[in-house]
Design a binder for this molecule. Sequence first.
Ligand SMILES: Cc1cc2nc3c(=O)[nH]c(=O)nc-3n(C[C@H](O)[C@H](O)[C@H](O)COP(=O)(O)OP(=O)(O)OC[C@H]3O[C@@H](n4cnc5c(N)ncnc54)[C@H](O)[C@@H]3O)c2cc1C
Ligand SMILES: *[C@@H]1O[C@H](CO)[C@@H](O)[C@H](O)[C@H]1NC(C)=O
Ligand SMILES: *[C@@H]1O[C@H](CO)[C@@H](O)[C@H](O)[C@H]1NC(C)=O
Ligand SMILES: *[C@@H]1O[C@H](CO)[C@@H](O)[C@H](O)[C@H]1NC(C)=O
Ligand SMILES: *[C@@H]1O[C@H](CO)[C@@H](O)[C@H](O)[C@H]1NC(C)=O
Ligand SMILES: *[C@@H]1O[C@H](CO)[C@@H](O)[C@H](O)[C@H]1NC(C)=O
Ligand SMILES: *[C@@H]1O[C@H](CO)[C@@H](O)[C@H](O)[C@H]1NC(C)=O
Ligand SMILES: *[C@@H]1O[C@H](CO)[C@@H](O)[C@H](O)[C@H]1NC(C)=O
Ligand SMILES: *[C@@H]1O[C@H](CO)[C@@H](O)[C@H](O)[C@H]1NC(C)=O
Ligand SMILES: *[C@@H]1O[C@H](CO)[C@@H](O)[C@H](O)[C@H]1NC(C)=O
Length: 557
Amino acid sequence: MHLSTNFRILSLLVPIACVHATLYERAADLPAKTYDFVIVGAGAGGSVLANRLSANPATSVLLIEAGPTNIGVLDSIVPMLTQGLGPGSPWDWNFTTTPMEGLGGRSIPYPRGHLLGGSTSTNTMAFTRGSFEEWDNYAKLSGDSGWSWDNMHEYFFRNEKWTAPNDNHNTTGQYLPSAHSTTGMVSVSLPGFAHPFDNAVIATTQEFPDDFPFNLDQNSGRPLGLGWPQQTIGGPARSSGATSYLAPQFLNRSNLHVLTNTMVTKLVQTGTDKGKPAFRSVQYTQSRTGPTTTVTAKNEVILAAGAIGTPHLLLLSGIGPKEQLSAHGIKTVLNNPAVGANLTDHPLVSNMWYVNSNATWDVLGQNATEFGPNTPHYELLFSNGFLSTVDTMPSTGSFMTIVTCLTAPSSRGNITLNTTNIFDQPIINPNMLATDFDVQAMVTAINATRKVVTAKAWDGYIIREFGDFASATDEASLVNYVHTKATTIYHPIGGAVMSPKGASYGVVDPDGVVKGLSGLRIIDGSILPLIPSAHPQAFVYAVGERGADLVKKAYKC
Ligand SMILES: Cc1cc2nc3c(=O)[nH]c(=O)nc-3n(C[C@H](O)[C@H](O)[C@H](O)COP(=O)(O)OP(=O)(O)OC[C@H]3O[C@@H](n4cnc5c(N)ncnc54)[C@H](O)[C@@H]3O)c2cc1C
Ligand SMILES: *[C@@H]1O[C@H](CO)[C@@H](O)[C@H](O)[C@H]1NC(C)=O
Ligand SMILES: *[C@@H]1O[C@H](CO)[C@@H](O)[C@H](O)[C@H]1NC(C)=O
Ligand SMILES: *[C@@H]1O[C@H](CO)[C@@H](O)[C@H](O)[C@H]1NC(C)=O
Ligand SMILES: *[C@@H]1O[C@H](CO)[C@@H](O)[C@H](O)[C@H]1NC(C)=O
Ligand SMILES: *[C@@H]1O[C@H](CO)[C@@H](O)[C@H](O)[C@H]1NC(C)=O
Ligand SMILES: *[C@@H]1O[C@H](CO)[C@@H](O)[C@H](O)[C@H]1NC(C)=O
Ligand SMILES: *[C@@H]1O[C@H](CO)[C@@H](O)[C@H](O)[C@H]1NC(C)=O
Ligand SMILES: *[C@@H]1O[C@H](CO)[C@@H](O)[C@H](O)[C@H]1NC(C)=O
Ligand SMILES: *[C@@H]1O[C@H](CO)[C@@H](O)[C@H](O)[C@H]1NC(C)=O
């Protein structure tokens, strides 16, 4: 902690050298009132859009971000300092959820990145594309074959820049080269340091090949099995939407203006197009009590404020369930009950063992489910050392943690308004572990961790189970353990989901255009029709890449 505090002081010196003419920290300095495109939010979705649309010097783009610049934020640069970016840090939104029944009535902190790069500047950098079945399912659910695995290939490749690991070790046999692109934007690499733990995990795949098969590359479209993790790290540093798509050589484009420290407070109706309300203006301010200013898009406003920010802004702008909006005195422009509905997240449980060693290492494991033979239902994340936000680390002892994460949950939550002020958080109800099915799946995953450590390779390493895990041994105590210990892995998705053109449900068409409106499109994690059975950032980047293509086609720009 001391280390990161010191570095934050140092970071104040850095931006001066790095400020470019087009990065504005003060709203009053913004030189224009009209742009071809206005993008709200600079996360995984918004950073891609800003880069791709401004590649044509004739297209003017404004990107508005609530948080500050990422430049010089050392906790965001150094992968080991990720903890310094969480709740209560200057780089977080400090959200809290409602009490959840599935979590034994607990509310939990709900971190989201609040700086350029959004949550890609604060996340834990796991990079997973999911299974081909998931994308083919998106194509089916949206009625647009453009979202299929085969079609998305070129967008995965535009996004990814495969990079040698930091220790430059020989990576033969640790990944499938043909599944990767070396010419994209976001650096992706294998772990940059080795540990004896590696051998135990690999040996487990050899001893239990049916339960835990070795998978050469989980990003090949077939993620099942245990494989080497891939992360958005280039050399020693995090690679984010901000360090890649918004790198200095792009920020210096004179047709791209980036306005930081600025909250978009409302989407503003600008008239009517062919009978549809048009929303081509946004209102913004730099503080709760500051003046608001309006900026207008000639073509479109593109909303990329993420799974919490996007539904929140839609609701405040009169786009959502009429009954809820009326209760807050907001005039309904478009009555749509799907706004804020179907928010979905991945719950996790941290299962700890006392062990005979203590160095650092992570690997990823997955297993098949009833939902599709190639798509995982849960994930095991190995961590040497005590890794929990629910239990407190004892002052002595060495630990190993296997985090069990439910990646295909059936529970659905929602986002609703609490007040009419964007500076007050909405009511966030991820409603995790609300179904028996989800609880049973989590118990199955926990049982699997116990099987892992029976492999011979762990002999002499594992001492005993830690804390309440040790006494969760039968059905009832395991279920209670899940409810008591579960929390989030920070993957909220949904809230403004896509559905086929002409469908009577959903919020956006398969091209991201908001149903029933003109001039407003959404390109971020809120539109995925189903939560990825994987870590979502690669999904949102790919949605951004295809979204940019669709916009460029629509406006021939
Ligand atoms: C702690 C944590 C760990 C995670 N770990 C992983 C991981 O290891 N692997 C993985 O794949 N995914 C991970 N994720 C999830 C992943 O980062 C997100 O799914 C992804 O970034 C979503 O992209 P997005 O564009 O939808 O939203 P975001 O990246 O969150 O971007 C939204 C942006 O909009 C801005 N914004 C919101 N409202 C407004 C407003 N009113 N005005 C102006 N700006 C606004 C926000 O400040 C933010 O910059 C993690 C997330 C967190 C928080
Ligand atoms: C979150 O809390 C920290 C600590 O109080 C603060 O510095 C930061 O500005 C808060 N984030 C937001 C978006 O207000
Ligand atoms: C890397 O390892 C593989 C097999 O383990 C070997 O064939 C190859 O020659 C090695 N490459 C280098 C550059 O050492
Ligand atoms: C922006 O930076 C790149 C790389 O440094 C340079 O090639 C380009 O000429 C610069 N463009 C402008 C408009 O300054
Ligand atoms: C939530 O999603 C389900 C499944 O797609 C859908 O049937 C339902 O209508 C959605 N709920 C709302 C309120 O949109
Ligand atoms: C493990 O931790 C103990 C103290 O908890 C320490 O003495 C020992 O050096 C550590 N071992 C390694 C390999 O880091
Ligand atoms: C939100 O979800 C909860 C269940 O978790 C439900 O009781 C509530 O009615 C939902 N709210 C809306 C507006 O759909
Ligand atoms: C909703 O607002 C009230 C007061 O305006 C506040 O007391 C309460 O904590 C808020 N709820 C949430 C979930 O933020
Ligand atoms: C998990 O293991 C316990 C103890 O062996 C067993 O009672 C329970 O049925 C198992 N549950 C599942 C879902 O596998
Ligand atoms: C993995 O899935 C297979 C097939 O569904 C099942 O037989 C096996 O028991 C599972 N393994 C674990 C560890 O859950």
